[in-house]
Design a protein around this ligand. Structure first.
Ligand code: ARG
Ligand code: ZN
Length: 868
């Protein structure tokens, strides 16, 4: 390891801070080759009388240190490169430090760094300590006044949190002082300096306060901010209506930066966004991109209450703000678009990515017990499973009590740093429910498996349910969880049966025991019952049952729950593909079996094209391979593609009809109906492309050339390239020529190639060596290495091990520049233990060789877990 001894931090070791910071004044002086940070902290002892004052500080060059205006003798302090310890300090004092930084050399993108021509910061989780000495922990809240100084011509825009209160200019340099009236933890600090263009608008809150909305980007991107602005206003209104939460400052600023490790950051009043999550224009952004911007804008805005006004006591509580805020942004997107489609997309994402995490070496509870590098815990489990936990509370309590619980939470803990226990306690208090068992969802890792069987006998339907959570690293024994199971029963004609004396046709069952039964009295004459279970995906569990294909077809045809219908289709496709894997089925016959149900979906597509597109999509080969004891992606992919081709042939006429009926008309708009139409078109085209018939190649070449928007253009390019249709190479070349000056579009160009199923290690290497590739730009790195390792299992896991060797050497190189990114990408190797022997051997060897190199603590932690 490169950065010293690995040290685990444990939740049980939490102690309140010994010192608080009453006020902080920062003065940041920015130059081309260095920066000087002067910090003045008003410190007050809050712990033991003899405790030394410990301040975090990583890689800082200390130039001056004064206590109450006088130099503090060097015998009284000690700096070991990570912590500055001051001995013998009084109970109250003013600490003044001057440190020197080199932001131009910061490739880790943590703390203060440069992106293109600007300066910006990323402090969550522990980046502030790379800017100045400070108790860099979320439970120390303080009021900040920040002065930013820089060259007036190069950096006309100088920003920090809160409101500007003073400014001046002198000798070609200028400065602006910002004051943030709200006490905040250091992870919410931000500053920006650059030559930025601004789109400005305003929003009047429900109580009549006017807020200036300012979105900043580099000048060439000024035309890509409309969608973010509209999304921001919609988010502000939604949070007032859905949660009664208003914005609290006079200015809300968002800055787009090209170099960013994550999606975006909710710094108080000054969000900093990855360009990919804020810029949107029909010509350069896909439908998925538009929706991502909408949801990330909402997510960061909602953090102003769930995260900033009420924050986390320590980083073990990360899901307190992230799980809750993801739940909030999911509900917002559901309200803005189609709720059923949004739910299916979220569940699909959870099952495709969080479930494997929860079953692999990186499995951890939503509230972890320990970690080495907190950056490694910004995971799908913290975010997405955390959101599912909040959703279950909403389901169990009902909308009204949930809202009363969240009101209580925001009122009681405003301005405080709290825990997930505090959050659940509010929900328990307003509802009068005992949520002790429910809280195991926070402390227990792993995906629960729920097995169901039903029996119809003597006019009664008996449902037996069994739950079990498999062991995860460090947690061999699991306890039963409280699992909300939403249920309906359909009869043979597809009608909902009454489930109780009141005639309810949907019930919420609460599974609390390892094994439980429920009985329902049926109306006379009922001869067939098909259960519709886990409606709306009411709990993040794996559901297994003895569902016959007839029952699944019944649900696909009749169920009125969007998730259950889609899941029934997924199960039907899955069964067919698995029969092809073990050679008990034939593709043409399977396709013929599936065809009538798919035709029925197409016949009803007019009502909701987006839902139809989802119902017609096969589960990915990766997801299917994940559900098998051995991750044999090559075999599953072959079966998957064979079924796709057979369906392409079996329903050829229908697919061609879709292409005619749902061809683009009118101006591009990122609205639900049009997005659905484009998705359905793409789905039909992909079935035809799977047959590799030349006609579909011609149509795609034309669509590529004529497209007036990125969704259609990229959709065509993807099919041409992935299916190696005639014209693919020319299209790739055209695309690169057309979009050479749009980095986000060029990311797509790299991504399409890196995710092509025919891709080889040599091909990936060529992409990495392309002059347009850049190791220092996370978006570009993700578009090649992320796509290859995470979205191209068949190429990544090639039996010769070439993909692994290439990936390991790329990780080593990346780790020198950006440890957070390297560690995140390495997670793709988490399937190690489930690979076929040949692959397992090759991957283990590649990773063992890698872990012997001097690595960052971030990458070391992930690899050590995977290899354990
Ligand atoms: N709080 C941010 C969000 O979810 C994520 C930032 C995390 N950054 C990091 N380097 N770990 O919106
Ligand atoms: Zn967040």
């Amino acid at each position: 390891m490169r950065d010293g001894q690995a040290r685990a931090i444990h939740l049980q070791d939490y102690r309140a801070p010994d010192f608080r910071v009453e006020r902080v004044a920062l003065d940041v002086d920015l130059y081309e080759d260095h920066a000087i940070v002067r910090a003045t902290l008003a410190m007050q002892r809050s712990g033991a009388a003899d405790a030394p004052c410990r301040l975090d500080g990583v890689g800082l060059t200390l130039e001056q240190l004064q206590l109450d205006g006088a130099d503090w003798p060097s015998t009284h302090y000690h700096y070991d490169g990570e912590v500055l310890t001051l001995e013998g300090v009084p109970d109250r004092f003013v600490l003044a430090t001057v440190v020197r930084l080199a932001p131009q050399l910061n490739t880790e993108l943590e703390g203060l760094y440069r992106s293109n021509g600007m300066f910006c910061t990323q402090c969550e989780a522990e980046g502030f300590r790379r800017i100045t000495f400070y108790p860099d922990r979320p439970d120390v809240l303080s009021r900040f006044v920040t002065t930013v100084r820089a060259d007036a011509v190069r950096y006309p825009v100088l920003l920090s949190n809160g409101n500007p209160i003073a400014q001046g200019e002198e000798g070609g340099r200028h400065w602006v002082t910002w004051e943030d009236p709200f006490p905040k933890p250091s992870y919410l600090f931000a500053l920006v300096a650059g030559d930025l263009s601004c789109q400005e608008d305003r929003y009047v809150t429900g109580s009549g306060r006017e807020v200036a909305l300012r979105l900043y980007a580099e000048p060439q991107d000024l035309d890509k901010l409309d969608h973010a602005m509209a999304s921001l206003k919609a988010s502000m209104l939604w949070d007032e209506q859905a949660y009664g939460r208003e914005y609290d400052l006079d200015i809300y600023m968002i800055v787009a930066v090209s170099h960013f490790n994550m999606g975006a950051m909710e710094n108080k009043g000054l969000n900093i966004f990855n360009t990919s999550c804020v810029l949107a224009h029909p010509k350069t952004t896909t439908d998925a991109g538009f929706q991502r911007v909408e949801s990330v804008i909402a997510h960061e805005y909602f953090h102003n209450w769930s995260g900033n006004r009420v924050t986390c006591r320590d980083w073990f509580q990360l899901s307190l703000k992230e799980g809750f805020t993801v739940f909030r942004d999911q509900c917002f997107s559901a309200d803005m678009n189609s709720a059923a489609v949004k739910r299916i997309e979220d569940v699909d994402m959870l099952r495709a990515h969080q479930f494997p995490e929860d079953q692999g070496p990186m499995a951890h509870p939503v509230r972890p017990q320990s970690y080495q590098k907190i950056d490694n815990f910004y995971t799908l489990t913290i975010y997405e499973k955390g959101a599912e936990i909040v959703r279950m509370l909403h389901t169990l309590l009902g909308a009204d009590d949930f809202r009363r619980g969240s009101d209580l939470y925001f009122e009681r803990f405003d301005g405080q740093a709290v825990t997930t226990d505090d959050f659940v306690a509010c929900m328990a208090e307003v509802s009068g429910r005992d949520l002790a068992q429910f809280k195991r969802w926070y402390s227990q890792a792993g995906t629960p498996q729920v097995t169901v069987s039903g029996e119809l006998e003597g006019g009664r339907y008996r449902l037996s349910v069994h739950q079990q959570t498999p062991p995860t690293p460090g947690q061999p024994d699991k306890q039963p969880l409280l699992i909300p199971l939403r249920l309906a029963l359909l009869d043979g004609a597809g009608h909902h049966l009454p489930l109780n004396a009141q005639g309810d046709t949907e019930l919420l069952l609460e599974l609390t025991e390892p094994q439980q039964q429920w009985e329902f009295a049926l109306p006379p004459g009922v001869e067939r019952v098909v259960p519709s279970l886990l409606r709306g995906f009411s709990a993040p569990v794996m559901l297994a049952g003895e569902d016959s294909e007839a029952a699944l077809r019944h649900l696909l045809t009749h169920d009125d729950d969007g998730f259950c219908r889609w899941d029934a289709a997924q199960r039907l496709y899955r069964a067919a593909i698995l029969r092809l894997v073990d050679a008990t089925g034939r593709a043409a016959e399977e396709a013929a079996q599936l065809a009538p149900a798919m035709k029925a979906v197409l016949a009803g597509a007019g009502e909701d094209a987006a839902a139809a597109a989802l119902l017609l999509a096969l589960p990915s080969a990766t997801q299917l391979a994940d559900s098998l004891p051995e991750f044999d992606i090559a075999a599953v992919q072959q079966a998957h593609d064979a079924l796709a081709a057979a369906l392409g042939h079996a329903l050829a006429t229908d697919w061609w009809q879709v292409l005619e009926r749902w061809a683009p008309v009118g101006e591009y708009q990122p609205v639900a109906a049009d997005i659905g139409a484009r998705a359905l078109y793409q789905q039909a085209a992909s079935y035809l492309a799977a047959t590799a018939q030349p006609e579909i190649g011609d149509v795609m070449v034309r669509r590529f050339a004529e497209a007036d928007n990125m969704t259609d253009q990229l959709g065509a390019l993807r099919l041409l390239v992935h299916e190696r249709l005639q014209g693919a190479d020319a299209a790739l070349a055209d695309f690169a020529r057309q979009w050479q000056h749009e980095p986000l579009v060029m990311d797509q160009w790299f991504g399409v190639q890196a995710s092509a199923p025919w891709q080889t290690a040599a091909g990936i290497e060529a992409l990495l060596e392309d002059a347009r590739f850049d190791w220092a730009t996370p978006n570009r790195v993700r578009s090649v290495l992320g796509q290859f390792s995470n979205a191209n299992a068949v190429a990544f896991h090639r039996a010769d091990g070439s993909g692994y060797r290439l990936f390991a050497s790329a990780l080593q190189r990346l780790d020198q520049l950006n440890p957070q990114m390297a560690a995140r990408l390495a997670g793709a190797c988490g399937r190690l233990g489930r690979l076929p022997a040949v692959q397992q051997h090759a991957l283990r060897e590649a990773l063992q060789q890698l872990v012997r190199q001097p690595l960052s603590g971030n990458l070391d932690e992930v690899l050590t877990r995977i290899l354990a």
